[in-house]
Design a binder for this molecule. Structure first.
Ligand SMILES: [Zn+2]
Length: 201
């Protein structure tokens, strides 16, 4: 291929770092951006430029939001006694998309995986403890998926809660999740069913 003009190549290089983008799709997207009006392209660029500055981390659940607490944590109509633990924000988004869960959330920030240098200490356990110490939560639902890491993490969290917070019941999603499955990849109906038939552990 002929050498592309540097400004275009620069955009392509950035696009190529995004998930699912190869050299061809990056070129195609860069050309599509080029076809935008100058003001649309600038708005696009400005949105990316401001992304980090204009997002806050919700102090209660750990999700990204326009302000803290986020709209979910601040919603007075949601149940305050059930806490759903997810590994990452995208799992929360999938849960919310279905609209069948009406409790609270907390993001753990990963799953325990010694091989990937993710010891239990790397998770948001202090945030979890602080939340449970408030005394509002009666039930914790682990929505961590069905991987080895999810099982290890579920066991660890269960032990922690049973040891430190007597009286709080711990559930996991029913085993409708295929082995190896991650919550963020589950379809809405499977997720709804597995929440409905959650199992106490
Ligand atoms: Zn929140």
């Amino acid at each position: 291929m002929n050498k592309l003009p540097a400004p275009l190549q620069n955009v392509i290089n950035h696009l190529a770092r995004l998930p699912g983008m190869g050299p061809k799709s990056s070129l195609r997207s860069a050309l599509a951006i080029l076809k935008l009006s100058q003001s649309d392209a600038r708005d696009f660029g400005r949105a990316i430029y401001n992304l980090h500055d204009e997002l806050a981390l919700c102090a209660r659940c750990g999700s990204l939001a326009a302000q803290s607490p986020c709209s979910i944590c601040a919603d007075p109509n949601r149940a305050r006694d059930v806490l759903c633990l997810v590994s990452e924000w995208d799992s929360l988004l999938v849960m919310e998309e279905g609209g069948f869960y009406q409790g609270q959330y907390m993001i753990l920030g990963g799953l325990i995986s010694p091989l990937d240098n993710m010891p239990p200490e790397a998770l948001e356990l202090e945030r979890l403890r602080a939340r449970l110490r408030e005394g509002e939560i009666n039930e914790v639902v682990l929505a961590l998926g069905a991987t080895v890491e999810a099982d290890t993490t579920a066991q660890y969290i269960k032990d922690l809660i049973l040891r430190e917070f007597v009286g709080i019941r711990v559930f996991r999603l029913a085993q409708g999740i295929p082995q190896g499955g991650e919550v963020k990849h589950m379809d809405r109906e499977t997720l709804r069913q597995s929440l409905k038939y959650k199992q106490e552990i």
